[in-house]
Write a protein that binds this ligand. Structure first.
Ligand SMILES: Nc1ncnc2c1ncn2[C@@H]1O[C@H](COP(=O)(O)OP(=O)(O)OP(=O)(O)O)[C@@H](O)[C@H]1O
Length: 387
């Protein structure tokens, strides 16, 4: 027994020796970096109050002298990472009642399995510490912009989001997929999918129908004296916003502009009426991710971008251009930025999961068949009226 107590004490002292070594070595390197980067207020330098060892790495709690802002220190993230001998990608800094610096030793996974969320809270990936992250369609950042280069993982992410959203208190969904329904056609049979647009005209009609419903909800709220819509939410999803880009002499320019104008109005007013947008683009450009839309969309998911400009259009900084070339690696921006690895779900798996849900068009088709209708392609059926 004495031997095991002795062994326990020895281990305990070894752990505290290692953590105090980690504290002193990190604290010394951090303070020398602050000195050389002139991060001080008068003579006073930041101090490392404590370090904590975790399974993912080390957390440092840093106290800043009065007069030195956390932003000034965070702007030097790259230089501080170098001084601490970690790659900038393995270091995270944030302010939360004090400056927190995480040095992450855990490797980020390159494949995260799909899992279900909780109602309007959809699972969007795991962070560098292995913690799960969710996007809340009922939260303070309701409209979502998804961007990033082709092959980055935008379609897989949209699939993961929709496959979760169609369960639980499923919102009414309007899906616009101008690639002929290749991506989003998977969901067209579901009862909660009120329309699938595959042409620009259908997309305009869908956007107009959603706006009309938003305005109707405002009238109801006005007569009830309520501030927000308590009923079912409505989500308008656009698979590729760049399809609205116009060229000189574009015969569809007017139609595209009309869609953009409607989306801008929904982005500004939709939240209180429970009408939300999910807008995706492989080619983020300033004329498509219009300033007005961007101002009203406070949450973004950005996969790797081709260059700094594209990253800045989605995130207002260059971070997404510096992401590693790993499909599914993204920056999620809401109250703050976080690098995540998105869940992977194949089209086949999504199809199987949603096969349990009530169908709509299948019933419609059966009816048409019974009445000898010649219409065989459900996509020709245009839009289902709002109920
Ligand atoms: N979360 C993920 N985890 C692992 N691999 C992924 C993930 N997302 C995507 N991939 C891989 O990358 C490939 C491309 O993904 P995806 O089709 O979503 O890209 P995209 O950005 O939508 O590009 P495009 O619009 O050209 O299809 C997928 O077939 C898959 O092999």
């Amino acid at each position: 027994m004495f031997a095991s107590i002795g062994f326990g004490l020895l281990c305990g002292s070894l752990v505290s020796l290692i953590s105090s070594f980690s504290y002193f070595s990190l604290s010394n390197s951090f303070i020398s970096a602050c000195k050389s980067l002139n991060l001080s207020s008068g003579d006073a330098l930041p101090i490392v109050n404590a370090t904590f060892e975790n399974q993912w790495g080390t957390r440092m709690l840093v106290g800043l002298p009065v007069g030195l802002s956390s932003t000034k220190v965070m702007d030097q993230q790259r230089a501080i990472a170098e001084a601490l001998r970690v790659t900038p990608d393995n270091m995270e800094m944030r302010y939360d009642d004090g400056l927190i610096i995480d040095i992450i030793k855990k490797e980020m996974p390159i494949k995260v399995p799909y899992r279900e969320g909780f109602g309007y809270k959809v699972f969007i990936g795991v962070n560098k510490r292995g913690e799960e992250r969710f996007y809340d369609f009922d939260g303070p950042f309701p409209h979502l912009l998804i961007g990033g280069i082709s092959g980055g993982g935008k379609s897989v992410m949209l699939r993961a989001i929709l496959t979760q959203l169609v369960f639980g208190p499923a919102p009414d969904l309007f899906l616009c997929d101008l690639k002929g329904g290749v991506e989003l056609g998977l969901y067209r049979e579901l009862e909660c999918v009120k329309g699938l647009a595959i042409t620009l005209q259908q997309c305009r009609d869908a956007a107009a129908a959603v706006e009309e419903e938003m305005n109707r909800r405002y009238s109801v709220m006005f007569s009830n004296g309520s501030q927000s819509w308590e009923g079912r939410k409505m989500v308008f999803v656009m698979d590729e916003l760049a399809d609205l880009k116009t060229r000189a002499g574009d015969p569809e320019a007017k139609l595209k502009q009309e869609i953009k104008t409607i989306l801008t109005r929904i982005s500004a007013k939709g939240r209180a009426a429970g009408v939300l947008l999910v807008l995706c683009t492989q080619r983020p450009s300033a004329d498509v991710v219009d300033g007005l839309i961007k101002t009203n969309i406070a949450a973004s998911i950005c996969f790797r971008t081709r260059d700094d400009t594209q990253s800045r259009i989605v995130l207002d900084h260059n971070g997404a251009a510096e992401l590693p070339d790993i499909p599914g690696r993204l920056i999620f921006q809401s109250a703050r930025d976080e690098t995540l690895q998105a869940p992977f779900i194949s089209a086949g798996d999504a199809k199987q999961i949603i096969s349990k849900l009530p169908k709509r068009i299948l019933e419609l088709e059966a009816e048409q068949h019974e009445h000898g209708s010649s219409q065989t392609d459900p996509l020709d059926g245009n839009f289902i009226e709002l109920r």
